[in-house]
Design a protein around this ligand. Structure first.
Ligand code: ATR
Length: 278
């Protein structure tokens, strides 16, 4: 019997920088599957027409990146609870009748990366400090609270944005918002520190943060993966904290979509990581 050719994609604007085609096509080859994963540039005004075209072409699903993660929600017939709570969809399955089912795998990717890098980490064991209040922070905070984290201290340069995020999450006093200027002091007693800002990324300013108040037992995680080891992770390691790069989040968030479309649970391996970082 010949295998069905399974078409999938990532949509965004711009899209040339996306690592998703590398990841999915690596797995397609690795598991000897018959399929493709394309990067498709779609400008915001064309979102509906272009998605209708993917449906007409028989695509089984697609990932969604900037700037469509919120707008795509209006085109989905169904949206899972995680995506609704995060307020963004990054993975879409196209049903046989052409209806779109939206989900969000960023929180899953973040949590799985921590589980893979620090298997003994107890999410329920203490407070987490999250820097940044963009889309990535929403997924990280959702993932942490869903995994049993008792309290998140949220710190963002623009205070109002952090307050809006806390309100949107609607979890009462499980999130407290602290001024950006207080970020170093706020590390006292944390069991996890996560940077979700773009600070430390290649071409961006470094994150200025004094780690001396952070317990040495705390995990430090950066969602930045270029460079693989940010200055934050370097300083964390130098004082004895365990440090986790953002590359694993990128790789793990791709797994649920691949499983849904190709029917195989893919593995996140060192080879794949090396390929993506090349
Ligand atoms: P994403 O959706 O990927 O999280 P984003 O919405 O652009 O991206 O958010 C980027 C984050 O980095 C924000 O928290 C931003 O802070 P503001 O909300 O104040 O803009 C943070 N950020 C970017 N540049 C920064 C800088 N120079 N200093 C402090 N925070 C910065």
């Amino acid at each position: 019997m010949t295998q069905r050719f399974v078409k999938s994609a990532v949509i965004g604007h711009p899209i040339a920088h996306s690592k998703s085609p590398l990841i999915h096509n690596y797995w397609i080859a690795q598991y000897g599957l018959s399929g493709s994963y394309e990067a498709i540039d779609i400008v915001p005004d064309d979102l509906k027409v272009s998605v209708d075209d993917l449906i007409a072409q028989g695509f089984v699903g697609f990932n969604v990146t900037i700037p469509h993660k919120e707008a795509i929600m209006d085109l989905c017939g169904q949206i899972d609870e995680t995506a609704r709570k995060i307020g963004a969809v990054n993975t879409v399955c196209i049903n046989e009748d052409g209806a779109l089912y939206g989900s969000n795998t960023d929180a899953y990717g973040f949590i799985e990366n921590i589980k893979a890098s620090a298997p003994d980490f107890d999410f329920a064991g203490g407070m987490a400090v999250v820097l940044g209040a963009g889309g990535a922070a929403r997924a990280v905070i959702y993932g942490l609270l869903d995994s049993g984290c008792p309290h998140v201290v949220l710190i963002n340069r623009t205070l109002e944005r952090a307050q809006e995020l806390a309100e949107f999450m609607n979890v009462g006093d499980k999130i407290s918002v602290v001024d950006w200027g207080e970020r170093s002091n706020a590390l006292n007693g944390a069991s996890l520190l996560v940077n979700t800002t773009s600070l430390g990324m290649e071409g961006k300013p470094v994150l200025e943060l004094d780690l001396s108040a952070l317990p040495v037992s705390a995990l430090v995680s950066d969602i930045v993966y270029a460079p693989l080891e940010t200055e934050l992770l370097k300083s964390a390691k130098a004082r004895g904290n365990r440090a986790i790069s953002g590359i694993g989040m990128l790789l793990h968030q791709a797994c649920p979509g691949f499983k849904a479309w190709q029917g195989v649970s893919p593995e996140v391996t060192q080879d794949l990581q090396d390929l993506v970082l090349k």
